[in-house]
Design a protein around this ligand. Structure first.
Ligand SMILES: *Cc1c(COP(=O)(O)O)cnc(C)c1O
Length: 365
């Protein structure tokens, strides 16, 4: 299987058309109608590697739900948005989102190896939607040089690891020339969608730019295949700290046992679960969304019940541009000047007295 292991072969042989899907599995009417519609919204695209994880006999397969379009995508709730995180209004330079005081998001490409149906950036990603992503890299470098308060740059897109080694090397090298930038990270689902891309050459290039962190995106334990584990091992061995950002999705990972298995498996791959996102209010995603209360209940079944490293922070990206807001659940039951009432993971109540600073008269010299 020389071809299968070649990332270029995987990309060339992506499933991108209804006919390719229909020769490989029996679509439900909802999927068939959704796939016809996808050309106008967010393209259909699935690498053979990821497609292979689909259980062909199970229309509710959690892998399938993430990447096969469904007709429900055409249903727009009035509270859903095309740009749910309000990114377009926070771009001082095309492609550069500056929302927080000391860090920025730099969108370097509009393409991914496969397309997640709940993509928060579907308005600009994949080339199918109405908007086009414009990126002004030179403008972004100039902006960062004039804004030394920015010490952290997050490369995203699209998927930055879809760029060639040399293109990515040139972006990272240019960022590293800006003295105020301390910290660079890449957000990528390539380690999951296209693990063949995590070559020794890529990893050798990335490690020249330390400290460099990488956030991957895995949602279900089935995604952590042998090939994926090999890629992650390469990255971790190169000293690249790895985090994971999952999206909580109805029918994919909205059960505590599944999340726990996912987070445990990630730790075995030396990946620290970083964030669990409440599904953004992107148009046509209601069928994949849970309530925040359900999310909190799931988090309650993790915190304290398993390794702290396996418990990500549950966040919602404030609709319209509020940034990431942790949504608990909270463990503080009550607060007064002299005490805080807490509950632990079992629900038992504890009191933490706030005893104040020592009185100088009480200090024996
Ligand atoms: C998520 C995000 C960041 C990074 O946030 P962290 O909490 O530091 O991981 C930065 N800028 C934007 C616009 C973001 O959406």
């Amino acid at each position: 299987m020389a071809d299968w292991n070649d990332p270029a072969w995987q990309l060339r042989n992506r499933i991108q058309a209804l006919e390719q899907l229909e020769t490989r599995l029996r679509l439900t009417p909802e999927e068939r109608a959704g796939t016809i519609l996808a050309g106008k919204k967010l393209a259909l695209g699935i690498t053979p590697h990821f497609f292979n994880l689909i259980d062909r006999d199970d229309p509710d397969c959690p892998i399938r739900r993430q990447v096969l379009p469904r007709i429900e995508e055409s249903v727009t709730n009035p509270d859903e948005l095309v740009d749910p995180c309000g990114e377009d209004s926070h771009m001082p330079v095309p492609g550069l989102v500056h929302r927080y005081p000391d860090r920025v998001l730099l969108l370097v490409t509009d393409r991914c190896a496969s397309y997640c149906r709940y993509c928060t950036r579907s308005r600009v990603v994949s080339g199918a939607g109405e908007q086009e992503l414009s990126v002004d890299l030179e403008g972004a470098y100039g902006y960062l040089e004039k804004h030394p308060e920015v010490r952290d740059v997050l490369l995203s897109g699209g998927d930055p690891l879809l760029l060639s080694d040399s293109k990515l090397d040139s972006i990272l090298s240019r960022l590293r020339k800006i003295p105020s930038i301390e910290f660079v990270r890449i957000g990528s689902r390539i380690p999951i969608f296209l693990p063949q891309r995590i070559t020794p050459a890529l990893v050798g290039m990335l490690k020249k730019h330390h400290p460099l962190f990488l956030s991957i995106h895995a949602n279900h334990p089935k995604e952590l295949t042998a090939e994926v584990r090999t890629g992650l091992e390469r990255l971790a061995d190169a000293g690249i700290p790895l985090g994971n950002q999952s999206v909580l999705l109805r029918g994919v990972n909205d059960r505590a046992e599944i999340l726990k298995e996912l987070f445990h498996k990630l730790l075995l791959c030396r990946v620290r679960p970083y964030y669990l996102y409440q599904c953004d209010l992107i148009t046509g995603s209601a069928h994949l969304r849970t309530t925040i209360r359900e999310g909190q209940e799931l988090m309650e079944q993790l915190r304290g019940h398993t390794t702290g490293y396996a418990v990500p922070t549950y966040v919602v990206d404030g609709p319209g541009g509020g940034g990431k807001i942790p949504i608990g659940p909270g463990y503080i039951v009550g607060m007064a000047d002299d005490r805080v009432i807490l509950k632990n993971y079992r629900g038992d109540v504890y009191e933490y007295p706030e005893i104040g600073q020592p009185n100088p008269a009480d200090i024996r010299r």
